[in-house]
Design a binder for this molecule. Sequence first.
Ligand code: BG6
Length: 482
Amino acid sequence: MDSMSFILFGSTGDLAKRKIYPALYNLFLDHSMPESFSVIGLGRRNWSNEEFQRNVEDAIQTFSRTPVDEDAMDLFLQSFRYHSLDVTDSQGYEQLYQFVRQREAELNLSENRMFYLSVSPKLFDVINSNLKQSGLIDTAGWKRLIIEKPFGHDLETARELNKKISTVFDEKEIYRIDHYLGKPMVQNIEALEHSNPVLQALWNKEYIANMQITASEIVGVEERAGYYDKVGAIRDMVQNHILQLLMMTAMHLPYEINAENVRREKKKVMESLRPLTKDDVNQDVVRGQYGPGIINDEHIQGYTDEEGIESSSRNDTFIAARLRIDNDFWKGVPFYIRTGKRMEEKSTRIVIEFKSPHRQRAEYEELAPNLLIIEISPNKGVTLQLNSKNSLNNGKLEPVHINFSRDQKDLPEAYELLIADAIRGDQTYFAHWDEVELSWKWVQPILEVFEEDNAPLHLYESGSMGPKASDQLINEQGFHWW
Ligand code: BG6
């Protein structure tokens, strides 16, 4: 693996602590970090290297999935240095440049530079142009940019941002993080299909009645009122995570799994996704907002009573929608998605409901459909629901489940897999610009209808599975949510 500098903007932030440091540490333990590397943490605070290293260690103690090994930790932290930088000050980048080069010389590193933007999106632009001017990106080795969501606020701002970034980094150098693509079970979808001819044969409109993607959360807006009230579930979850899950499930399997092929097939899914007009939004999309309720015996306040949220807020904390993919594979198969905060359970899963041709026969009328359930988080596993005769119950046909699940602790975290890929230069599980643009394009009419407040806002009880209207949406075709 190439030696490199890992230059982290936002090194004192929450994401760095919760995800990035534990990921780097576990990669280090797994020997998935290069033999020599330098991590340069950037932030406004005036920290010493020791303070920085102590903070990194604390974060790993708190958030790492594996226990800390003191010897390994000492060795690991030797690569960490802190550099104070006001990201808006172009002169600061000159010093940063010198510092990066100094560390490269000390550690005898090749000039491979990974720039990780774990900062507010407001700063993407200024960092980008300062990087360009500073010389940091004129390197004899590779340069890569890892960038967090949100990538834009709508179609237009996403395009502007991409245009600017593209003047500094080539598409092949940009790693747009969607952490859902790093979840092991999401990466397992294509493997499941690829390695099981039984599933592969059935993965199309002939055998599938509908597909359902659910990402429900128990948490509410938490301490992110300022951010969340401007974005809502549509931007926070649907435009990125949910549409990525849709692409991963609906793409036609390439013969060989690599970044180019996977991204081409995902793009085709988005190109075939039937666009919504603003008039369609009210038929195919349900907008919801949580009201008060009870979760785990605790009384929960409604969204508009949350700190930092205006009592008049019409923001969406729940979205359900019906989508159609107009290609040969999926014509006629409805795809249902739903996601929301303050729901009954934390669960991200994909359920594939198979057609039940026998149900026309009277004796099979009650038969449960075959289901393939892919549990993504917090449980990770796959269940196949079949029917079988129960001789203990008068030979009645009853659903049975074949399943496997994985122990959470053994599995790498999404950030581990994604950072490892970026270090190796593998873009398969990062969002290509085409996907991001097409996703924004698809959600754009919904954003506009919500902006104009031209869609009902259904209140739902905290602790429920969303508003009744989302059940009606799926009942219209004779299905229900699983
Ligand atoms: C983030 C959203 O991208 O994903 C959060 O901003 C959401 O609002 C989170 O809670 C959900 O991620 P996960 O991995 O817990 O399903």
